[in-house]
Write a protein that binds this ligand. Structure first.
Ligand code: UDP
Length: 239
């Protein structure tokens, strides 16, 4: 049997991906589907760390636009990611995939605090690790948390699962019919062309640490497994 291309991955799931067509909150059917996709990758023996977003519940910028203090609003966003992480852990448990949630904001009654070596140990033991709470700092994003955790645990790749978009385009394909899809890019391209792949902090961090990124469509069943097996889908971004 063919070997997976990546042995240790960081999968970034945005909050939006968990909401499905509802656009808000957690859609249980969607979450179940994602959990079984993760199970099929787990069965390959791949070590999987997941960074979950929170935009399906709350975003700091929205709070700021409403007149809130940004740091306070960002703390709410980080808590939203922890809710998503607990929901995902529950779904993983239901499909028989062992997992641990680690939070960057301590919440010991609910989940483990983030401890790098412990996270690596879980991965080595075949447990999926869900990193919740982003970086633990306001003014950052869960994209940056993905880049940071990927560097810390020495992941081979960041898998950026998108909701309905199958890669990186020169323009919004739903607005501009001339938009072209890129198959390969460098982080410098992403930064210079201002492509909406991840925010610039996350891009520079991934570039500096030489961690490749694959952007692909989560809504296509089997795609996470395809990417892990090295099938050329989506867009690959390298240093
Ligand atoms: N957030 C933060 N610091 C982090 C990660 C996230 O303050 O390191 C907050 C921020 O308010 C953000 C919210 O959590 O809007 C949800 O995260 P994100 O927007 O990255 O989620 P996604 O867009 O992936 O669903």
């Amino acid at each position: 049997m063919a070997e997976p291309m990546y042995k240790r991955v960081v999968l970034k799931l945005s909050g939006e991906a968990l909401a499905g067509d509802d656009g808000f909150g957690i859609n249980p059917a969607v979450m179940k589907k994602i959990a079984s996709e993760i199970k099929s990758v787990h069965e390959l023996g791949v070590e999987i760390a997941i960074v979950v977003g929170g935009g399906n519940i709350w975003r700091g910028v929205t709070g700021e636009q409403m007149g809130m203090d940004r740091a306070q609003a960002d703390h709410m966003g980080m808590l939203a990611t922890i809710m998503n992480a607990l929901g995902l852990q529950d779904c993983l448990q239901n499909v028989g995939v062992p997992s641990r949630v680690q939070t960057s904001i301590e919440m010991r009654e609910v989940a483990e605090p983030y401890i790098r070596l412990r996270a690596i140990r879980h991965l080595e033991k075949g447990r999926v690790v869900i990193f919740a709470g982003g970086t633990g700092n306001p003014f950052f994003s869960t994209d940056t948390a993905s880049a940071l955790r990927a560097a810390e645990i020495e992941a081979d790749v960041i898998l950026m699962a998108k909701n309905g978009v199958d890669g990186v385009y020169s323009a919004d394909p739903q607005v501009d019919t001339d938009a072209i899809k890129y198959t390969d890019l460098t982080y410098l391209d992403v930064i210079n062309k201002n492509l909406r792949v991840m925010d610039s902090t996350a891009s520079t961090l991934s570039m500096d640490n030489d961690i490749p990124l694959v952007v692909f469509n989560l809504n296509e069943p089997g795609n996470i497994r395809r990417v892990v097996m090295g099938e050329p889908i989506g867009t690959t971004v390298k240093g």
